[in-house]
Design a protein around this ligand. Structure first.
Ligand code: SAM
Length: 240
């Protein structure tokens, strides 16, 4: 399948930069500080797929010394503009060789693997694994398969009934309703079973998996978020 990273786009980057931590996105980020304080020792971090820098700035506020990397120049241009002191780098063709093996205490990827073609997933997770310090941790936040078949505070999928028939590895569409760019985002559906197979091939082990739900008392107009988890958070370590 030919897959184009839809984030290599000036208008999408400008729209994406307006997103913060509200609505459905709140649930992707809510539990990360507690997860990191439980599982991460040390402060050197890599934000893989940093986009316009939301996740990188989030990590810096938690006290991490973070490098943000992405393949989309348009996203990085905005990240630099919003945060001139930040460390943002382009990684053409996912070449992470500028970082020495064993460098990072923490590697995060927020939503990045939603956009990575199936055939590249094992290679990239293996590369990320090699960049971890021996006791380092990867925290990968991805879309749950259910996100593509329901309505949400931040997303709509009702125009794409074909998503319901998608299998792991198929392209699915979703519209972000929290920003002005209403063109569908094209993601790649990837099930829990498929992620676990990738982790195994990349010599990684999922030590915890979270599926955050809203409690109902948050200041957002939830649609399905109190009943169906929109995100899956994988906490990964080197397999022993
Ligand atoms: C949905 S955005 C998320 C940005 C950021 N993590 C956040 O939470 O706001 C996903 C980002 O992953 C990037 N991406 C996709 N494939 C990538 C790859 N192979 N290597 C690095 N970044 C990639 C895209 O360019 C995009 O900027």
């Amino acid at each position: 399948m030919d897959f184009i990273n839809c984030y290599e786009d000036v208008s999408r980057a400008d729209a994406y930069a307006t997103l913060e931590f509200a609505n459905t996105y709140y649930l992707a980020y809510r539990d990360l500080p507690a997860i990191m304080s439980e599982h991460v020792a040390g402060t050197r971090a890599l934000d893989f797929g940093c986009g316009t820098g939301r996740s990188t700035r989030f990590l810096r506020k938690l006290g991490f010394n973070v490098a943000g990397v992405d393949i989309a120049e348009d996203m990085l241009r905005v990240a630099h503009a919003l945060d001139p002191a930040g460390d943002y780098r382009i990684v053409p063709r996912d070449d992470l060789s500028e970082f020495a093996p064993g460098t990072f205490d923490l590697i995060v990827s927020l939503f990045t693997f939603d956009n990575i073609p199936s055939a590249a997933k094992v290679r990239i997770f293996s590369d990320l694994r090699n960049l971890l310090r021996p006791a380092g941790t990867i925290v990968s936040v991805v879309s749950s398969p259910e996100i593509y078949t329901h309505e949400w505070a931040s997303f709509s999928t009702k125009d794409f009934p074909e998503n319901a028939a998608a299998r792991s590895g198929d392209m699915v569409r979703i519209i972000v309703t929290d920003h002005q760019d209403r063109r569908p985002v094209e993601d790649i559906l990837w099930t829990d079973e498929s992620y676990r197979a990738v982790y195994s091939e990349a010599s990684l082990e999922a030590i915890q998996v979270f599926k955050p739900l809203a409690k109902g008392d948050e200041p957002y107009s939830w649609v399905n978020e109190t009943k169906i988890p929109p995100w899956v958070i994988y906490v990964l370590r080197r397999a022993t």
